[in-house]
Design a protein around this ligand. Sequence first.
Ligand code: HEC
Length: 253
Amino acid sequence: MPLQHHLNLCSQGTSIKMLFSGYLIVVAIGYLMAVGQILFTHGMADGEFGLSIDDIVYSYYGKRSGSVLESKLNGSMKVMAPDAERLKIIQWVKKGADKEVYESEIKPIINERCVMCHSPASGMTVPDWTNDKEIFKRAEVDTGATFSSLTRVSHIHLFGIAFIFMFVGLIFSLAAGVPKPLKAFVIIMPYLFLIIDIASWWLTKLNPMFAWLTIIGGGMMALSFAFMWIVSMYEMWIMPRIHPDDRDALLDE
Ligand code: HEC
């Protein structure tokens, strides 16, 4: 006789549990990679490892006292050239990015140190430094992320992250042991804070005082992810060994 089947994680068959767990594990690894990516790009915006409010202000509002070229050379591009050459480029930027000095002194450094990545030939999606115009554009004052890059990154995040939390939330909705109000809140949380997170990029672009909203948005999203992940895994693999569960997670409400 088949076991009685209830609508909760603990009573699912092994195949479904495998499917859910495989998905949760891969998405968790993806999440860690995303955090790594944030640390390596935004985290390095102020030249120091680790994410701070300054990083977020520099990334979105910009370093209005300097240029992209300068802030990158003090940030994630710091390791790309020896200090003497790096400072030479920075000095050149600070003195107004003169065209003649560029040809005689700066271009050779760029060609030697930077073009291996910054050219179409490298296959990397980074600006092309064999086109002088691209360099000059970034020698101007840094006003942070452009509106066109914000729309691009925003729509990718909204679609992509909503999709991930659809499935994480569906799996978690079958957890029987979480009080109803808490459960409903944890399920809606990532969507709420995703909107706050993305809105905060745009607001920070306009005013640096909103940078803390980015930290709150991202942090709360990660917190809800971790909570749903741990509870789902626990109810699938640990709880059934302790006791059977005859509650219906969706119907008992
Ligand atoms: C090993 C490959 C590599 C080398 C070498 C390299 N870069 Fe980059 N660069 C990248 C990558 C990847 C990015 C995008 C990620 C980031 O912004 O940190 C980038 C981004 C930049 C940006 C930001 C462009 C923008 O508009 O978003 C600037 C400016 C920059 N690099 C300058 C330089 C300079 C100047 C050098 C030479 C001293 C250099 N890079 C050498 C890989 C490289």
